[in-house]
Design a protein around this ligand. Structure first.
Ligand code: GFB
Length: 307
């Protein structure tokens, strides 16, 4: 979802020399294959959006895969970037790098100031390792490797598998299927009280391209020995999962009841990004949630229900 959104955004800006590989064509955990790819293609700038990602249940079910695959992808790609002389790299992580009970909104300075949320600790530790790798390489080699941490994302290309997905695609699918089947209720996991901040994936892509296009003088303050080269990407506001369920039901046209299943985990109580660092660099989100949900729902029906 994220890689495709960044590609769409770069193509819309007229970039022509875009080098991509599908998962089937290049296994990013295979360091030798990644090294050969860099040697052959000689990229100038690297955007690392690839990762093993998933919602709260996927993180819980496959903790070994989440840490192994993400560390594997990061070390091979970031290591090859360094070896092949890449000066600028953008590494994408996640807001779950911050402590479970982080003060809200979460600032970049809150990294490694407290214990992590247990439901996604292996994933978060891998992403923190990626941030440290970027910072260490910058310090030792004078590169500009930036780690951008998006909030919870949704939009075209999302994963709608109910066992693997994040909450937005899960609720879109549940509401759609309930409406089609004439069911009178959907079930939402957890207490409904956790709060999340959601960003439309094309807004994230726009933020990434904005960051990649910043001139040296504006970028320079992000790179120093005192703090990691870290920047939050979000929209700056959050909502409860119950509120989200009602918004999704509206977007999909499902009018039945919304039931909670408290036997399912809540995860982090609240994740709201402090986006002032990004705003000071000239970027703010532009897609309101109701429009983003309508676009995501359109993509869902086009992919899975078009005749
Ligand atoms: O999006 P989600 O799976 O991930 O869940 P996290 C967010 C909240 O929605 C949790 C609730 O409180 C879930 O219990 N929820 C309610 C549901 N109904 C559903 C449902 O049908 N499906 C899902 N998936 N959730 C992930 C991390 O945390 O966020 C990742 O596990 C990553 O590592 C990602 O950081 C951005 O926001 O809790």
């Amino acid at each position: 979802m994220v890689g495709s959104a960044i590609l769409r955004r770069l193509q819309a800006s007229g970039f022509k020399e875009l080098i991509t590989r599908s998962h089937a064509d290049l296994d990013l955990c295979d360091a030798a294959a990644v090294d050969t790819f860099f040697a052959q293609e000689k990229p100038e700038v690297v955007v690392l959006a690839a990762a093993r990602v998933g919602g709260i249940l996927a993180n819980h079910s496959y903790p070994a895969d989440f840490i192994q695959d993400n560390l594997g992808i990061q070390t091979s790609v970031i290591g090859a970037a360094l070896k092949h002389g890449i000066q600028r790299l953008l590494f994408l992580g996640s807001s779950c790098i911050y402590p479970r009970d982080c003060p809200q909104p979460m600032q970049e300075a809150h990294l490694l100031t407290g214990p992590l949320e247990p439901t996604n600790r292996p994933y978060a530790v891998a992403k923190i390792a990626g941030i440290e790798q970027c910072w260490a390489i910058n310090r030792q080699h004078g590169t500009r490797y930036l780690a951008a941490m998006p909030t919870n994302l949704y939009g075209p290309g999302d994963n709608y598998d109910l066992n693997g997905s994040h909450v937005v695609p899960a609720l879109i699918r549940k509401c759609h299927e309930a409406r089609e089947a004439g069911a009178d209720r959907i079930v939402v996991w957890g207490s409904g009280t956790p709060r999340r901040e959601f960003l439309y994936c094309d807004d994230l892509a726009d933020a990434c391209v904005h960051l990649l296009g910043l001139e040296e003088a504006r970028m320079a303050p992000l790179f120093n020995d005192e703090m990691p080269p870290l920047i939050n990407i979000g929209c700056g506001s959050d909502q409860s999962i119950s509120e989200l369920a009602h918004s999704v039901a509206r977007a999909v046209g499902f009018r039945g009841a919304i039931e909670l299943d408290p036997s399912k985990p809540d995860g982090t109580p609240r994740k709201l990004m402090d986006v002032s660092r990004l705003a000071s660099l000239g970027w703010t989100a532009s897609t309101p949630m109701d429009r983003g949900l309508a676009l995501a729902y359109k993509d869902f029906t086009a992919r899975f229900y078009s005749k």
